[in-house]
Design a protein around this ligand. Structure first.
Ligand code: ATR
Length: 278
């Protein structure tokens, strides 16, 4: 019988992971299927049991279970430990191991737009939720000159940096108003907040009036594929990167953990882009 993989979260009905992974299994000639499971917090232990018994062979974990699921696993990979959340579970022998592919997936999607040496970059990350943690961890891992996290609730930005800046790199937390005034200092600007996501597509997380020429601007949102934030950045001459790449790469890295096979990322990108109507 084929292997069974899936996504656990709530809600999951609009997830693009099933169509993306099922196509990747087919095209890699792997006998496996991937389904979305809408589960509540009370069901996590049962999911872990199904993984242990072999009824399920691996899962992705999404909102709101990325932190709570960690209580039911045997080992947490280092990236997931730093980010403080798990988005991929793999069974190895008797053990359930938690990984987080969001940060590495994000980095894969951005790195080709950055200079080879990232050590001189000034980076601004907008938002201080779970997605921001993964992105900030990726920048700290790579090494940049200075990393600023701006958030509507400024204390959350400070808390996030306290948690993940374990090597005392150069970082700073600030308000959105402060980020706006010093925007021209940043080489890379990333929106990790939910501002601009469908259906509120006309909203911008930060005014870009003061954007540096030739900045790289990325948005983790992929619905819409081009947010108002990216449109505005493009109009100002910035290089823009949408959220499809992060979504595809986090999925591709999960797939590699489960199967040991590297799926075709451009094929996955086409599937997701078509589904989004692009
Ligand atoms: P995720 O796990 O996807 O990152 P999250 O943890 O809910 O989601 O984080 C959402 C982020 O978007 C937060 O930084 C949030 O700011 P607060 O910490 O102040 O709540 C930000 N955000 C959401 N709606 C916002 C809005 N209308 N204006 C500014 N920031 C907003």
């Amino acid at each position: 019988m084929g292997k069974r993989f899936g996504l656990i979260g709530h809600p999951v009905e609009h997830s693009m992971s099933p169509v993306m992974h099922n196509d990747a299994f087919r095209s890699c000639q792997i006998d496996a299927t991937y389904e979305a499971f809408d589960v509540g917090a009370g069901d996590l232990e049962e999911v872990a049991e199904k993984l242990r018994s072999g009824e399920l062979d691996g899962v992705n974990v999404t909102i709101p279970h990325k932190v709570a699921i960690m209580n039911f696993l045997d080992e947490i990979d280092r990236d997931a430990e730093v980010i403080g959340a798990v988005n991929t579970i793999v069974r190895r022998g008797e053990k359930l191991i938690g990984y987080n592919t969001d940060g590495a997936g994000y980095w894969e999607s951005l790195v080709s737009y950055l200079p080879h040496d990232t050590s001189a970059l000034n980076v601004l990350v907008i938002g201080a939720g779970g997605a921001s943690r993964a992105v900030c961890a990726a920048f700290l891992n790579a090494g940049v000159a200075h990393l600023v996290v701006a958030n509507r609730t400024e204390e959350k930005a400070a808390t996030l940096l306290n948690l993940i800046n374990t090597k005392q790199q150069s970082t700073e937390a600030c308000s959105l108003a402060e980020a706006k005034t010093k925007l021209n200092q940043f080489d890379v600007v990333i929106n990790t907040s939910s501002v601009g996501m469908s259906p509120h597509t006309d909203q911008l997380p930060l005014s870009l009036d003061n954007l540096k020429k030739d900045a790289v601007v990325s948005d983790l949102i992929y619905n819409p594929m081009e947010t108002a934030f990216l449109k505005e950045a493009k109009a100002k001459g910035a290089i823009t990167v949408n959220g499809v790449g992060m979504f595809v790469n986090q999925g591709a890295l999960s797939f590699e953990h489960w199967t040991g096979v590297k799926p075709d990322r451009s094929r996955m990108t086409n599937i997701v882009t078509n589904k989004l109507g692009g």
